[in-house]
Design a binder for this molecule. Structure first.
Ligand code: SF4
Ligand code: FES
Length: 252
């Protein structure tokens, strides 16, 4: 472990000092080799990993790469592995770690860009195309006519699944995804369930089977629950995977 830029900043209030160890590697640079780098900083009240990383970046190391957009658990871009568990860095407080020692790694299973930055966007886009993640309807849209009424409990159930922020944490927690490159994961199966439940979508169970009725889809899941245990939006992923699986196995 290399500690080449460790630094303790001023600590007038007597707050504790924490130690953040970060995986550093740039796969685009042929000369670079993976290493850990440790930074020491003063923990301020309410500090999240987002705040800590921005502090490191702005006061110690301008070359450190990581992703953030919303800082509010909405965009899904700050996922990383925090002391062995995939989490959203902007929703993780440093004071959760009693010994003040935090190790950060990039999310596995996605293309590594640099340090803590990975490319989830292209993977999510490909998955969306694979599961045909859009309303399929032959009905012509007439904006002069009121939309069909949807029962509130159905609308609520669909909305609940729409809360996915595409953070990739369910994939990083999934053993099937590690073994099966093309597995669409809980995020993809959740997307299928969202459209299967939506009365606007006219697809039949057979049509969904064509998209997810194999080991890269609904039959690949081993029900190890890692996705649901770690999903930061608490989506009912296993229930919805089971919902789709029941539909698929009932087909002749
Ligand atoms: S299902 Fe949950 S863990 Fe998976 S991408 Fe969506 S929000 Fe993230
Ligand atoms: S920065 Fe958007 S979810 Fe963390």
């Amino acid at each position: 472990m290399i500690d080449k830029s460790a630094q303790i900043d001023k600590n007038p209030e007597g707050f504790r000092e924490i130690e953040i160890t970060v995986f550093r590697y740039n796969p685009q640079d042929k000369e670079d080799t993976p290493e850990y780098q440790t930074y020491r900083l003063v923990e301020t009240p309410g500090m999240t990993l987002y705040i800590a990383l921005i502090k490191i970046w702005s006061t110690m190391d301008h070359h450190l790469s990581f992703d953030f957009v919303c800082r509010a658990g909405i965009c899904g871009s700050c996922s990383m592995v925090v002391n062995g568990k995939p989490r959203l860095a902007c929703k993780t407080r440093t004071n959760e770690f009693e010994d003040g020692k935090i190790t950060l790694l990039p999310l596995p299973t996605f293309k590594h860009i640099k340090d803590l930055s990975v490319d989830t966007g292209n993977w999510m886009n490909e998955m969306s195309v694979k599961v045909e993640s859009w309303i399929h309807s032959k009905e012509e849209t007439d904006i002069a006519v009121l939309e069909k009424r949807v029962e509130p409990d159905v609308a609520q159930a669909v909305f609940d699944l729409d809360r996915c922020i595409e953070c990739g944490i369910c994939l990083a927690s999934c053993s099937t995804k590690i073994m099966r490159e093309d597995f669409v994961g809980a995020v993809g199966l959740n997307r299928s369930a969202r459209f299967a439940m939506d009365p606007h979508d006219e697809r039949t169970d057979e049509e969904f089977y064509e998209l997810i009725g194999d080991d890269n889809g609904v039959f690949g899941c081993m029900s190890l629950m890692g996705c649901e245990d770690h999903c930061p939006k608490d989506l009912p992923l296993q229930t919805k995977i089971a919902y789709m699986r029941r539909k698929m196995v009932s087909l002749k």
